[in-house]
Design a protein around this ligand. Sequence first.
Ligand SMILES: Nc1ncnc2c1ncn2[C@@H]1O[C@H](COP(=O)(O)OP(=O)(O)OP(=O)(O)O)[C@@H](O)[C@H]1O
Ligand SMILES: [Mg+2]
Length: 254
Amino acid sequence: MSETKIQIRNLHKAFGKKVVLDGIDLDIVKGESLVVIGGSGTGKSVLIKCIQGLLTPDEGSILVDEKEVVGINEQEKEELHSKMGMLFQGGALFDSLSVWENVAFDLLENRSMDKKTAKSEAVRVLRSVGLAPDVADLSPSELSGGMQKRVGLARAIASKPEIIFFDEPTTGLDPIMADVINDLIIESVKGLGATALTITHDMASARKIADKIAMLYHGKIIWQGTVKEMDKTENPYVRQFINGCSQGPIKVEV
Ligand SMILES: Nc1ncnc2c1ncn2[C@@H]1O[C@H](COP(=O)(O)OP(=O)(O)OP(=O)(O)O)[C@@H](O)[C@H]1O
Ligand SMILES: [Mg+2]
């Protein structure tokens, strides 16, 4: 039997009159890599923030390891976060800290590891994402976008999380660097045996890293399946999205 790591039921979230999530049902199996696709502004980042307990949904339930996330207190939130790693949309590295301090942030702040051990651990993780030890002492602002993504990835995996979120991991990278990052994501997730939730509109990346794909549209998961099933589906929303057509049932408000 496959074990459910994250179970989402009837999740609703609105900001004022704007309904963003309108009854999401989604299961993420332990050790699986799920990719949620959907257009800009459809609520992909909001979904991740709800699972992390950073946004409170208006209605519904989110179970992580069978424990309810909705309505948890600060201490429970800390426990939840200790299981999670995140690669942020746009990197979100601290420029005031060196590369290794960024990577070791959680080890230093939340696991009170001593500086020397944390640094050697950071250098080890940096190496696992293809960065040489001499990068450790640089500032993130001295790195290229692709290198910053690698540092962001190293930070996401440094504390060996059980669940990793990737928010647009390949945005802004050239196609070859994007593919390098995809490979690193697969390696890191498999290496840790982690459960991964990625949100992206990069279909090449989705195809490569997904065990399963789910499409978010108008606040609901309107389709899910494997990459093979996606290529065969007649669902007009999925077809339009994966083919990148302006014509179809999805209307873009301009
Ligand atoms: N804290 C907030 N307060 C008010 N509105 C918000 C807040 N966070 C998100 N929204 C709104 O929710 C909608 C979904 O935002 P979200 O960031 O989840 O989109 P997304 O699917 O991640 O888009 P993108 O692909 O462009 O990153 C947007 O209309 C956004 O303006
Ligand atoms: Mg987003």
